[in-house]
Design a protein around this ligand. Structure first.
Ligand SMILES: Cc1ncc(COP(=O)(O)O)c(C=O)c1O
Length: 402
């Protein structure tokens, strides 16, 4: 990309940036999008080129080490995150586990937010413990109080803001300040906000993680993760990535780059509809609580308002059920009555989804007592159709036991 265009994009609006970052048409005969390069072998012109030290070798040397397609996506993500380098991995979960492997060694201790994505906890409790790393979970509300949990061997603090399923916010700058004073790396799963609504590195976080499977893909058909690090922590991340032999297929990288072009306008729609649905739910007598950071009633609202530029389309609510013995029956009746909402886990696509939330893994943030938690992904459909579908769910839940 020409220096002039790069400079222009550095200060342009987010939809302009999303539309152009990573593209360099004149490097590819004027075609708007970069080529999809399928490659394992890269040829060298001579023995001298093959023998040259890495810093003097040609730009591309081996399929796993990058291609014009993967570089285009990494360049766009670096510009969005403000990071020194980005790696692409085969799933969002791999994007969470890679930095844990990169930065932790036997004998180290890590602090993980308790409202973390469940498979992250499974990795910490299984694989990390097996490798000799100890882990403690902390209350997302802890803020600067995290100091009390830091041990001499604590090396890493992992955040996810807002948290999975129950959406607890975290005071990111307060936690970062303590962590850095104790020489700990701070990583964050930033999937919910995307770099459009929260740029973790601007708040001192060292490593920002995304399941690009969600909004960057936007169409429920690609699995991919990104990990972006600041200058200090980029070399160790890159080293672990290369050592583990990780890479992604060019078609998937291309699809994520394609998804970025429309992510801004899709998110505006998700945000608007999700907030309208959340406000509608808040007014219902059969809803005990709506867990959405943009609602003033939500406990983490002030933190969201202070640090985030927007909210995406994923949130939860607590269905009001007086008898704990009926939690599952009413939640199932609600979900089974939905016609528009699909019942499925991987969110961020164009379609509305609902799932029952299980919180049995939590150590600190316990499940609400007022009723079962249901998570909604509000899609791009017309909001009146979404609400009409939810009405069906509430009617079915109310009919249980009658
Ligand atoms: C917050 C969060 N992080 C990571 C992931 C994992 O993403 P993937 O499905 O690409 O492994 C998910 C998936 O639901 C998620 O919700």
């Amino acid at each position: 990309m020409s220096a002039g265009k790069k400079e222009f994009l550095d200060t342009a609006g987010i939809n302009t940036r999303l539309g152009h970052l990573g593209n360099d048409p004149h490097a590819y005969h004027g075609f708007v999008n970069p080529p999809v390069v399928h490659a394992s072998t890269v040829l060298f012109p001579s023995a001298e080129e093959l023998n040259a030290p890495p810093e003097r070798q040609q730009k591309y040397t081996y399929g796993t080490h990058g291609t014009p397609t993967t570089d285009a996506l990494c360049e766009a993500i670096d510009a969005l995150e403000g990071s020194a380098g980005t790696v692409l991995v085969p799933s969002g979960l791999a994007a969470v586990t890679l930095p844990l492997l990169a930065y932790l060694s036997a004998g180290d201790h890590a602090l993980i937010v308790d409202s973390v994505y469940f498979p992250t906890r499974r990795f910490c409790d299984g694989m990390l413990k097996k490798l000799g790393v100890s882990v403690d979970y902390f209350d997302p509300d802890i803020g600067a109080g995290i100091e009390a949990l830091v041990k001499p061997n604590t090396r890493l603090v992992h955040l996810e803001a807002p948290g999975s399923n129950t959406l607890e916010m975290q005071d990111v700058p307060a936690i970062v300040e303590v962590a850095h004073r104790h020489d700990c790396i701070v990583t964050i799963d930033n999937t919910w906000a995307t770099p459009i609504y929260f740029r973790p590195l601007d708040f001192g976080v060292d490593v920002s993680i995304h399941a690009s499977t969600k909004y960057p893909s936007g169409h429920s058909d690609v699995l991919l993760g990104t990990v972006s690090a600041n200058a200090k922590h980029w070399p160790a991340l890159k080293e672990a990535y290369t050592t583990l032999g990780l890479c992604v297929g060019p078609d998937d990288a291309y699809q994520i780059l394609r998804g970025l072009r429309t992510m801004g306008v899709r998110l505006e729609h998700h945000q608007r509809s999700a907030l309208a649905v959340a406000q509608w739910l808040e007014g219902r007598a059969d809803v005990a609580a709506v867990l959405h950071p943009a609602l003033p009633s939500f406990p983490g609202h002030a933190l969201w308002k202070r640090d985030f530029k927007g909210a995406s389309g994923l949130f939860s609510f607590v269905l009001k059920v007086d008898d704990a013995g009926e939690f599952e029956a009413r939640s199932s009746a609600f979900l089974n009555a939905l016609k528009l909402f699909g019942l499925g886990y991987s969110w961020g696509g164009y379609e509305s989804l609902a799932v029952p939330v299980k919180l049995g893994d939590r150590r600190v943030c316990k499940a609400p007592k007022e009723g079962p938690v249901i998570r909604l992904q509000v899609g791009l459909e017309n909001v009146e159709d979404i609400i009409a579908d939810l009405e069906r769910g509430f009617a079915a839940a109310a009919a249980v036991g009658r």
